[in-house]
Design a protein around this ligand. Structure first.
Ligand SMILES: Cc1cc2nc3c(=O)[nH]c(=O)nc-3n(C[C@H](O)[C@H](O)[C@H](O)COP(=O)(O)OP(=O)(O)OC[C@H]3O[C@@H](n4cnc5c(N)ncnc54)[C@H](O)[C@@H]3O)c2cc1C
Length: 374
């Protein structure tokens, strides 16, 4: 079959690799002149990445086995976890694209999906300023959060987004991943080696202002090397992700964890579901639902609960989680398999149940509440 994939991010390139390996005639079109650049990501993945692909050491910046989760009153849960990988995100994307090409996929850089003319897909060669026309059997929208493919085929839906903003900061600290869940969203500080740290926010509003405040609080006076930013789609379980011969994967399908903004593994898992659907004739939506639906729904529900938290709730959550048996449980499971330990968590500490009641409360209006922490 002729497959046209729009977007050479992790989801698109991995789908290209899997489908070319199955013997399909695959073309990947990518808007940018280089795969993976500009980088708009922190690049943390859990050990679950090894279930999808073997990651070459050349694209690994670090392995980290310790994380802290902070409460507004600056208490922390310290978790010894299975090693997480900090990726060189540009290198990782380029590696996946290379794998697709090695399997026989054609990668067209500086080629932008423009829309469709009936069944014909219209792509612009940006360098030659020329339109090209494709008539594939299958179109894959792996074109990120604002998916032009979803728009062109009328299944974009009503999406909402977190706004991501991040700075690379030079500091001399321990190699620990720090997370700061807050009513505004999630804040993080992640080492990438060579005394560089990715300090960022994924929030509903005012990303630049909140990042500036977070940097002032977390790493005042330290040199800032660069800034990045990007949209993070909020998972929508009701969003259609296929229509006839058109399929959405990754951020284009909102397949991102609403608690941590992680979407690399989820997009690649969706690519795997799509390849299996095409190979077996089964329905992609059902396979994706089975592989990802429950986890993404759980992350979304937790996010909705946390959106209703007061600062006191966050302080209590962290205080409950400081117990040794809870940190041991947290360390033994990874964030990509939440469902498997969620029930155990409630059995170990039934007081977590009180947070579920927050779902009955209307969500607090999003506003800049970090300021009150400073
Ligand atoms: C600040 C920030 C930090 C993050 N940190 C993490 C993290 O630590 N761990 C994690 O797992 N996830 C993280 N994410 C989320 C992660 O980056 C995404 O989930 C992941 O990149 C999704 O991959 P994808 O292939 O679906 O889409 P993308 O990586 O967005 O790739 C889409 C591709 O499509 C191309 N494209 C778009 N439109 C067109 C068009 N019209 N024609 C041709 N090509 C087009 C784009 O150029 C791009 O290359 C973070 C996101 C942000 C914003």
């Amino acid at each position: 079959m002729d497959v046209l994939i729009v977007g050479a991010g992790p989801a698109g390139s991995f789908a290209g690799y899997l489908l070319a390996k199955q013997g399909h005639h695959v073309t990947i079109v990518e808007d940018h002149s280089q795969v993976g650049i500009p980088v708009q990501c922190t690049g943390i993945v859990t050990s679950a990445i090894h279930d999808l692909i073997s990651v070459p050491s050349s694209v690994i910046k670090m392995h980290i086995s310790r994380a802290r989760i902070f409460s507004p009153n600056n208490e922390a849960v310290d978790v010894a976890m299975k090693p997480n990988i900090i990726l060189c995100r540009a290198g990782f994307d380029q590696y996946l694209a290379q794998q697709a090409v090695q399997q026989g996929a054609t990668l067209l850089l500086s080629h932008r999906f423009m829309g469709r003319d009936g069944q014909t897909v219209v792509v612009k060669d940006i360098v030659k300023n020329r339109l090209k026309h494709f008539n594939p059997d299958i179109v894959v929208g792996a074109d990120g959060p604002s998916s032009p493919v979803a728009k062109a085929y009328d299944f974009y839906g009503q999406r909402s987004f977190f706004l991501g903003a991040q700075a690379t900061v030079k500091m001399n600290e321990e190699d620990i991943i720090d997370f700061y869940p807050t009513p505004d969203g999630i804040f993080w500080c992640v080492p990438e080696g060579n005394k560089l740290y990715r300090v960022g926010v994924g929030v509903y509003h005012h990303p630049n202002k909140l990042l500036t405040q977070f940097i002032a609080r977390r790493c005042a006076g330290k040199p800032i090397i660069d800034y990045q930013g990007g949209l993070i789609p909020v998972y929508d379980p009701k969003l259609p992700i296929e229509r006839e011969n058109v399929f959405l994967i990754g951020d284009a399908a909102t397949q991102v964890k609403a608690t941590t903004a992680g979407g690399i593994i989820q997009g690649m898992t969706a690519a795997q579901c799509l390849a299996e659907a095409i190979r077996t004739g089964r329905k992609y939506t059902l396979l994706a639902q089975k592989a990802l639906g429950q986890e993404l729904w759980l992350h979304l529900t937790l996010r909705r609960i946390m959106d209703r938290f007061s600062f006191q709730d966050y302080n209590q959550l962290i205080s409950y989680s400081q117990q040794r048996r809870i940190t041991a449980l947290l360390g033994a499971h990874d964030r990509d398999h939440l469902a498997s330990f969620f029930l155990k968590l409630l059995v170990y500490e039934p007081r977590y149940l009180r947070f579920l009641v927050r779902l009955l409360k209307p969500a607090a209006p999003s506003k800049n509440r970090l300021a009150s922490l400073l």
